[in-house]
Every structure is written in structure tokens, then in C-alpha cells.
Design a protein around this ligand. Structure first.
Ligand SMILES: Cc1ncc(COP(=O)(O)O)c(C=O)c1O
Length: 359
């Protein structure tokens, strides 16, 4: 069976499993902000029609200014990209034919980008026995062996967050070995404010590159936008490698609307923490293992019954989890679930209760 490498593909999943998909399904397989996109984007979308008839500025000067200001970064340190995905592939090009370390299970595109650019990969594994926390000492000893480390913070699919201090230690040590550290902060906007992003380390550590996605927090995967944060020289090198006009003029025209509600991200964080708190309580009552997530998705495991059967059971009840067949080390024995609207989360809980009653 050829499992799709990403969530958000309900028709494919039903086709693969030979199950019947209803008109109405609850898609828990894509990790998007259930509150978004911002209202202003919906209102402005018709007006942005005119922009499809013109090429975007290939240097994205004005858009870079808007994004940098909104994200509290300096323009010279920012390169806009067609989502976090383009950022990963652009960065990987810098390490063609070198050696990388990836900590699994994690987002599959690091490994795919390494394959594309002939980068040898060694990996370390997170384990449920340690609640998917980073094997720090093991990681530190591997740094001398590789040219680059890909780290996802918060991590997809576990939702776990390595502390700022641990990250600083890793980056410091890596710097001593001239090893680059690539940190994917695609989900950082969902994390509670006490979890600091790593942009403050950029000035002191030239071996650090950050990438972020705006498609998740603003729920615009169809429009697509992301960016890389690095020192000026690396931004210049990466810009030279970027395909011209890779970012579309519609999303660029919608930037002011995207950022017009100053409260959008704080509102999302607040709402998410409330939902997550309720969900965790209910899921624990039902005796499921949940990864210690700080964001809008989590790994769930039934420690009693078969998780592959649970996957099918949920699909039969029109709930679509993200399978974990393609996450190294998870092999289908977990489900990744997004936090959705309260109504959808309640439907999920209802079906999970039915599953438990079947025992
Ligand atoms: C960890 C992580 N990084 C990057 C991406 C790419 O996101 P996008 O290209 O839609 O911005 C994803 C998408 O699922 C992801 O999970």
C-alpha cells in the first residue's frame, strides 16, 4: 500500500483503505489553524483577482518589509519562500553531497530533500519511553560527524518542544565543529508565549538557519508562504538559488489583510490552550497515551488495543486521523491528530468513547 506522505488527503485515504467516505468528514490529518484564515483575507480575496494578471516582484521587496516588520526581524535576514517546503529544499542545496543528522520521527521532507541533493543521512530516534524528548547527550556526540543537523521545533508529529537552553547548547557545540543547525519553526506561532523562538541566537551563531511557515498559523496552504531567517550572506546565497516568482502575487497582495488583526495569533494561542486542556483531560480518562505536545496536534496511541484497527474505526466514523506509516519509528502504531474546532473535537471524543466501549 502506498501511503500518502502528508495529511489533508481524505479521498486518497478512503480509496487506499477501501472504506466509504461520506459527504461530511472531519479532517484531523492536516495541522492547520482551525480558526483561520483571518476574516480580512476572506474579504480581500476577490479584490486580489487583478493581481493574477501580473508577475510578482521577483525580489519581493515590499512583501519582505511587511513580513519582517510583522515577525520582528530585520529585512536583510529574511528570504520569503513558497511555504516552509521551498525553504527546506533551498537550504538542503547548500549541503549537496555532504552528511546530515535527522532526529526521527519528524517531518519527512528533510530526508526527501537530502535524497534529492545526495546528502547522506544518519539519524537518532526519539522514544515513547522518554516521552519523545530529545536524546541530548547522544545528539551532542554526533555533531562532529555531520555537516548539518535538521531539527523541527516544535516537532512534527510529536508536538514536543526542545527547550531554548538545550537548543543553545546544541548550536554552541555544533558551532565548535563547524556544523550547521537548521531549525524548522513551522509551528512556533502556535506555541505558548513562554517558549521563545531562536531568532535571538542568530546574531551570535552563524551556523544557525531558521525556517518558518505562515501557511499553518494562517490556514492558507493553498496560497502558501514561508520564510528563511539567517545571516545576510546566507540569505544572499539562498536568494540566488531560488526559482524566480516562486511566491504568487495573490498571497503577496493579501499580506496586509493577513496581518491586519494584531490579535489573531494571541487569540489562536489562547483558544488552543483551552481546547488542548479539555482534550487532554478527556483522552486521559479514556486511557490513551498522548505525546506532551505544546501545539495544535499530538500523537495518540491506544496502549491496549491495535492502533491500525483504531485508524480504520475512526475512518468508518468519518474521522480522518493522520496515519503514521511514513514516520520512521512510528510505523502506523500511533495516530497523529490535529486540534480542530470544539464541535469536531467533541465528535472525535464521541467516536473514541465508542471504540473504548467495544472492548
Ligand atoms: C514541520 C513542517 N515544516 C514545514 C512544512 C511545510 O509547510 P508549508 O510548505 O505548507 O509552509 C510542514 C508541512 O506540513 C511541516 O509539518
Amino acid at each position: 500500500m502506498k501511503w500518502p506522505a502528508h495529511g489533508g488527503q481524505p479521498a486518497k485515504i478512503y480509496h487506499l483503505t477501501n472504506l466509504t467516505k461520506s459527504e461530511k468528514v472531519y479532517d484531523f490529518s492536516a495541522n492547520l489553524n482551525p480558526l483561520g484564515p483571518p476574516e480580512q483575507v476572506k474579504q480581500q480575496l476577490p479584490q486580489s483577482f487583478d493581481f493574477i494578471q501580473s508577475y510578482p516582484d521577483p525580489e519581493y521587496v515590499e512583501a519582505t518589509r511587511i513580513v519582517s516588520k510583522h515577525e520582528n526581524l530585520q529585512e536583510k535576514n529574511v528570504l520569503l519562500t513558497n511555504g516552509g517546503a521551498e525553504a527546506i529544499f533551498l537550504i538542503a542545496q547548500l549541503f549537496s553531497s555532504k552528511k546530515a543528522l535527522i532526529i526521527e520521527p519528524t517531518f519527512s521532507e528533510y530526508r526527501r530533500a537530502c535524497d534529492v541533493y545526495n546528502i547522506e543521512v544518519i539519524s537518532l530516534s526519539l522514544s515513547i519511553d522518554d516521552d519523545f524528548s530529545l536524546p541530548l547527550n547522544n545528539l551532542l556526540t554526533k555533531l562532529a560527524e555531520v555537516d548539518v543537523v535538521f531539527l523541527c521545533r516544535p516537532n512534527n508529529p510529536t508536538g514536543t518542544m526542545v527547550s531554548f537552553d538545550e537548543m543553545k547548547l546544541i548550536i554552541q557545540k555544533a558551532n565548535q565543529h563547524e556544523t550547521m543547525v537548521i531549525v524548522d519553526e513551522a509551528f512556533i506561532h502556535f506555541a505558548p508565549s513562554e517558549f521563545e523562538d531562536l531568532s535571538s541566537l542568530l546574531a551570535n551563531y552563524p551556523n544557525l538557519i531558521l525556517l518558518r511557515s505562515l501557511t499553518k498559523i494562517y490556514a492558507i496552504p493553498g496560497l502558501r508562504l514561508g520564510y528563511i531567517v539567517a545571516d545576510e550572506q546566507k540569505i544572499h546565497v539562498l536568494r540566488m538559488k531560488q526559482i524566480p516568482w516562486s511566491i504568487n502575487s495573490v498571497v503577496l497582495a493579501l499580506l496586509p489583510a493577513l496581518f491586519s488583526d494584531e490579535n489573531f495569533i494571541p487569540k489562536t494561542k489562547h483558544w488552543l490552550q483551552e481546547q488542548m486542556c479539555q482534550l487532554k483531560t478527556e483522552l486521559k480518562k479514556l486511557d490513551f497515551y498522548i505525546s506532551p505536545t505544546v501545539v495544535n496536534f499530538y500523537l495518540l496511541k491506544d496502549t491496549v488495543k491495535n492502533n491500525k484497527e483504531l485508524f480504520h474505526f475512526l475512518l468508518q466514523h468519518q474521522i480522518i486521523p493522520r496515519h503514521t506509516q511514513t514516520f520512521k519509528g512510528l510505523d502506523g502504531d500511533y495516530l497523529r491528530l490535529a486540534v480542530r474546532s470544539e464541535e469536531e473535537n467533541n465528535s472525535l471524543l464521541h467516536v473514541l468513547r465508542l471504540w473504548r466501549e467495544q472492548q
